[in-house]
Design a protein around this ligand. Structure first.
Ligand SMILES: [Fe+2]
Length: 235
């Protein structure tokens, strides 16, 4: 990144500048606009596994990742299985997801449908709220659950940060069928080096989508992935 004298700014100074922009934002709408701008920059600058970026792009993306850390934990808060989300529970969510799929809406790189009765009751359940509050004290459920379907070759989501009304994501894998190399979740906790997160049905990840840059690799032929996302307010 260069200033008006065409001198290279350090990633640290750019990160501080990004932080100041957020601090000086006078309203939630301004913060949302800043996030949207950073989201555009992230999509352009973040390398997916195997991509090459030049030095300036790499430094600029590193600065954005550093700046975002001022606003939330840019890391996975949890990855693994959860006792109360046992096989029967995952199955009942998968059945509900499959039943709603024919009425799912098109979105960029995926389809989605609001949760049904099973997902919605899980989203505000005492077990899930207790689990989440152990990770992020004082977080509150939004009661918003959505099924996300990646079901065509090329489906996937480029690197981005979330700009929606809730930022704390609980992501539950319900189904993943593939014949070749599977699509993975990709995260960028440390800047330009992407980290591949391998997940299987029943696995759960929790992260702050507003500060952790994340992506879904493009699906291959004969691949299908269904997940449930549940939103929490950080505080
Ligand atoms: Fe996202």
């Amino acid at each position: 990144m260069r200033n008006s004298d065409d001198r290279m700014e350090s990633p640290q100074s750019v990160a501080v500048g990004i932080g100041r922009l957020f601090e000086q934002a006078g309203s939630q709408a301004e913060v949302d606009n800043l996030r949207a701008l950073l989201c555009s920059a992230v999509e352009r600058l973040a390398p997916l596994p195997g991509d090459q970026r030049n030095e300036i792009e790499t430094q600029a993306f590193g600065a954005i990742v550093e700046g975002l850390k001022r606003f939330g934990p840019a890391a996975l808060l949890f990855k693994g299985g959860i006792d109360f989300l046992d096989f029967a529970c995952i199955q009942s969510l998968a059945v509900e997801a499959a039943g709603l799929f024919p009425r799912a809406s098109e979105a960029q790189g995926h389809l989605y449908h609001p949760g049904g009765e099973v997902a919605n009751s899980l989203s505000v359940s005492p077990e899930l709220c207790r689990f989440m509050q152990d990770l992020v004290p004082e977080c509150q459920p939004t009661g918003i659950a959505s099924y996300v379907y990646y079901c065509r070759p090329g489906h996937g989501i480029p690197p981005h940060i979330d700009t929606n009304m809730f930022l704390l994501n609980v992501l539950i894998v319900l189904e993943h069928a593939y014949s070749g190399a599977p699509s993975n979740l990709v995260i960028y906790p440390d800047g330009p080096t992407p980290i591949t997160v391998k997940l299987a049905p029943g696995d759960v990840v929790v992260f702050d989508g507003g500060s952790l840059v994340h992506a879904r690799e493009k699906l291959g032929v004969d691949e299908r992935l269904s997940i449930l996302t549940i939103g929490f307010h950080p505080r």
